[in-house]
Every structure is written in C-alpha cells, then in structure tokens.
Ligand binder design. Structure first.
Ligand code: AMP
Ligand code: FE
Ligand code: FE
Ligand code: ZN
Length: 295
C-alpha cells in the first residue's frame, strides 16, 4: 500500500475529487492544500458539493505552496424522467480554464436554496418521528452549506444512531422512511448547464448508479449525447476490476478518464487523499493534461 507521506513532490500523481469543510469534508481549505503538498500530489481539484467557496479560499495557499489547484464542483442530479425511482447521479464539473461565469454562480445559489428547503423538510419529518433535531442546529454545523452528513453527526451525538452507516440506513438514506428527496434536475440538463459555462462534466463514482452493464452503457451513451465529456475511473469505491471496466467503457464511449479519492477527512477515515482506500487510487497527471487539452 503506497504511503502518501513517502511520495516525493513531482510524483506525477494528482487527485481530482476532494471535499473541504465548506461542504461536508472536515479539513479547512488551507489544511487540505497542506495535506496535498505533504502527500506529494502535483495537482488537486477541490470538488465541494454545490459551492466554490472552498476552492476560492484555498487559492492563496495553493499558489504559495506551488500546488496546481483545479476549480471543481460536485452537483446533485437525478437519472432522468423515464425511470420510476429517478435515482440520484453525482456530476463533477471541472473549470480548467478559469472559474465559471456569474450566471452559473447564480444558478448555484438556487441549488443551495433548494438544499436548505430539503433540510427543513427533512428536519420536520424527523421531528414527526419524535426525534429532537432542528434545522437551525444542522445549518450551524455547515459552513457554506449543510447536508445529510451534518444531520448524521447530530443523530450520532444524540444517541439516535451509532454510526454514519446506521444514521443513513435508519433516517437519512434513500431507503429510510424519513428520506426526503432533493428536487434536482436531470443529469442531462445539468450536463448542458455545465457545458454552457465552459465546464467539463464528468460522471462521479459510476459504481453508485447501481445499474447492470447494459443499462449503464445505455445511460452513459445518452449522457454523452447530452454533452458529457468524462467518466471517473479511479475512485475509493472502485476496486481494480471495476477501474478496468470503466476505463474500457470510457474509451469505447470517447469519454475522458478522470479519478480521485473523494477525500472527506475524518468523517470517512478509511479514505486517504491521493491514494483512496487501501491504495486503490493512483491518478496520473496525464488525466489532467487531457482535460486541459480538451478546452
Ligand atoms: P446531501 O448532499 O446532503 O444529500 O448528502 C449527500 C452526502 O451524504 C454524500 O455526498 C455522502 O457524503 C453522504 N452519504 C450519502 N449516502 C450515505 C450513506 N449511505 N452512508 C454514509 N454517507 C452517505
Ligand atoms: Fe460528500
Ligand atoms: Fe459523490
Ligand atoms: Zn464527492
């Protein structure tokens, strides 16, 4: 298992998926840049959920540390209108030739507003089950935004659940009775919105689509026709056999390969920046060069 602290700078490795405490990670943007440097990464993309604040706050330190920092974001979308359960699809967007437009930022503010409304409904639904939790309490935990991981921490602290896994299974996850879906747009729509502002849309952790091979191919084909440009090959939840599968699929569909650990800090202690879970993530710098060459 590669030890990140033994990797020399200029290693040729990068990480294109990470979170700060501006969304649901636990490290500050400053601390994340420090860790990326210590881990010997040549480049890092900050891909917080629904906010660019972490990226913007990290910029001065990245410049100082000589780290190639990429502006990114992770957006919540749904599969489409034609599926009974309209499952959630996480879409990464990379802005490799500069941060996105004012219009896109306004759109993001709307997304955050929708998230706040979901949080209110979720708190109300939990209260109706006799759970003592308020939306104010949850929002106080998030910096730029609060989400279900912040709900989970409070549920654990108050003894309603013993672990994140239990909090999601019993209260917050898609199969829990108190689950509240977000009013998200389809992945195809959001792919268009990202392309319009000059971003590179990429499907995050495709393993979580939970589709069989034929359905997966059909869906990705449809997204590619909608403007999708990349597929996340390396991810902490992708064992080597799946990485090989997604690499081949990306090639067949002419999607650019990307990869990252999806580092969140101490709330996901098994995931290391740059190297993922048990060293299963190693993203070559050439992946970023390809993204840059595409714009
Ligand atoms: P939200 O964006 O507020 O709906 O929260 C989504 C986040 O919750 C994801 O990015 C994950 O970090 C976390 N999450 C979702 N499902 C689970 C789960 N079953 N167990 C643990 N964490 C989860
Ligand atoms: Fe997250
Ligand atoms: Fe995700
Ligand atoms: Zn993520």
């Amino acid at each position: 298992m590669p030890n990140p602290s033994n990797t020399a700078p200029g290693s040729g490795f990068i990480d294109l998926h990470s979170h700060t405490n501006e969304s649901d990670g636990t490290l500050t943007p400053f601390e994340l840049i420090k860790l990326a440097r210590q881990s010997g990464l040549d480049a890092l993309a900050i891909t917080d959920h629904d906010t660019l604040n972490g990226y913007e706050m990290a910029r001065p330190e990245a410049l100082r540390a000589g780290l190639d920092l990429v502006c990114g974001i992770e957006l919540n979308t749904r599969m489409g209108d034609d599926r009974p359960h309209s499952r959630s699809v996480h879409l990464l967007a990379y802005f490799v030739s500069g941060p996105p437009s004012e219009a896109f930022r306004k759109w993001l503010e709307g997304e955050r507003q929708e998230r706040r409304m979901r949080n209110e409904r979720l708190a109300a639904r939990l209260q109706s089950q006799g759970i003592e939790i308020t939306v104010e309490e949850v929002e106080a935990r998030g910096r730029s935004l609060a989400g279900r991981p912040h709900f989970a921490r409070i549920l654990i602290e108050k003894g309603y659940a013993h672990s994140f896994e239990e909090a999601f299974r019993k209260f917050l996850g898609e199969d829990a009775p108190s689950f509240v879906p977000r009013q998200s747009r389809t992945a195809a729509e959001v792919i268009g919105i990202v392309r319009d502002t000059g971003g590179i849309p990429v499907i995050a952790h495709p393993v979580r689509l939970e589709l069989d091979r034929a359905e997966e191919r059909t869906l990705l084909h449809q997204y590619r026709d909608a403007g999708l440009l990349g597929l996340e090959i390396y991810h902490s939840e992708h064992p080597p056999a799946l990485q090989a599968h997604y690499r081949q699929l990306a090639e067949e569909l002419s999607l650019m390969p990307t990869g990252g650990s999806d580092f969140h800090g101490s709330i996901k202690p098994d995931i290391q920046l740059g190297t993922g879970m048990n060293g299963n993530v190693r993203v070559p710098a050439a992946f970023l060069q390809r993204l840059r060459a595409a714009v």
